[in-house]
Ligand binder design. Structure first.
Ligand code: SAM
Length: 291
């Protein structure tokens, strides 16, 4: 079965190209609020960042099919010595939009993976109380649900689709997908996605297998380099992606062209709205994620 993948270069605050209730799963990682390496000064202030998330949550509720899931890969952000509660605020805004809070998985990175700040050294210099600032090696995967899923849908599903959607018990048990802590997903090395804060393919791979059926449609409103879309393509799901930075078209196209097995179609659309792009950052860093 062929799949279709639609990239819209435009602001995800309104995803007017997507019909109501047509998305079975959303997986996304919003721009890290003014992250020193990837997005310095992208937002005027934290409130502007929250307004973006709030607007997105509202339209996400419209496009999500009843009972289905939306996942945010994100974390609290340290900017100029101030810690911003991105996880709490994203959760609040999703609840406000009408979603239910279903779960939170903590993605733990290897111990040496502290990208933005090594604050823990303060105690080494001043071994006294009140100097403690731990280094962050985790990221949150926030899982929300639009109402409740009707499991009779699974019972009525064609056996062929069900078989293609089966979750491997080897993955589930031996790779510890069953825990709320994912220890064994490595951040990316220096590749195509340099400076984009991309997540590793393993994250959307797990979420797509756990929360969507073969042939369904996955959305990433902050598409970046196209990781979610690439994995959706490989796993026989359709997809939509939104991205404001048109400069990423080449990278997205390259990622999607690597799949030689599936019979899939890729479509790029360009909205008539003022061009925006991420600030250019001289980024020597590998890839992903917050402090
Ligand atoms: C953290 S990155 C996503 C990385 C992606 N998960 C990947 O694996 O490559 C966030 C992306 O959101 C894009 N973005 C920021 N604001 C946006 C908006 N209002 N609408 C659509 N995309 C936006 C940025 O340009 C950036 O590429």
């Amino acid at each position: 079965m062929g799949t279709i993948h639609r990239v819209v270069f435009g602001d995800c605050r309104t995803m007017k190209e997507i019909p109501d209730q047509s998305i079975q799963l959303t997986i996304t990682s919003p721009p890290y609020y003014n992250a020193p390496f990837d997005y310095p000064g992208l937002f005027r202030d934290y409130n502007e960042f929250l307004t973006l998330i709030e607007d997105l949550c509202r339209d996400l509720y419209r496009v999500s099919a009843p009972g289905r899931i939306a996942c945010f890969v994100t974390d609290d952000m340290l900017v100029k010595g101030e810690k911003y509660p991105v996880v709490a605020d994203t959760t609040r805004l999703m609840l406000q939009a009408g979603f239910r809070y279903r779960d939170r998985v903590v993605w733990v990175k290897p111990k040496g993976y502290v990208r933005i700040s090594r604050r823990s050294g303060v105690v080494v210099q001043h071994p006294y109380p009140m100097y403690y600032y731990p280094d962050n090696i985790q990221e949150s995967i926030l899982i929300f649900q639009k109402g409740r899923f009707d499991y009779s849908y699974v019972k009525d599903m064609p056996a062929k689709i069900l078989e293609k959607s089966r979750i491997s018990m080897h993955d589930y048990n031996d790779h510890e997908w069953h825990l709320t802590v994912w220890n064994n997903v490595l951040p990316l090395g220096p590749r195509l996605e340099k400076g984009i804060a991309a997540f590793p393919e393993e994250i959307p791979k797990r979420l797509i297998k756990l929360f969507s059926f073969h042939g369904e449609t996955v959305l990433d409103p902050f598409l970046g380099s196209g990781t979610t879309m690439k994995v959706a393509q490989e796993l026989g799901r359709n997809s939509w992606g939104y991205e404001i930075d048109r400069g990423l078209k080449k990278i997205i196209a390259q990622k999607l062209a690597n799949d030689h097995q599936s019979d899939s179609k890729v479509e790029f659309r360009f909205r008539q709205e003022p061009r925006k792009s991420r600030p250019t950052v001289p980024c020597k860093h590998l890839t992903a994620h917050s402090s």
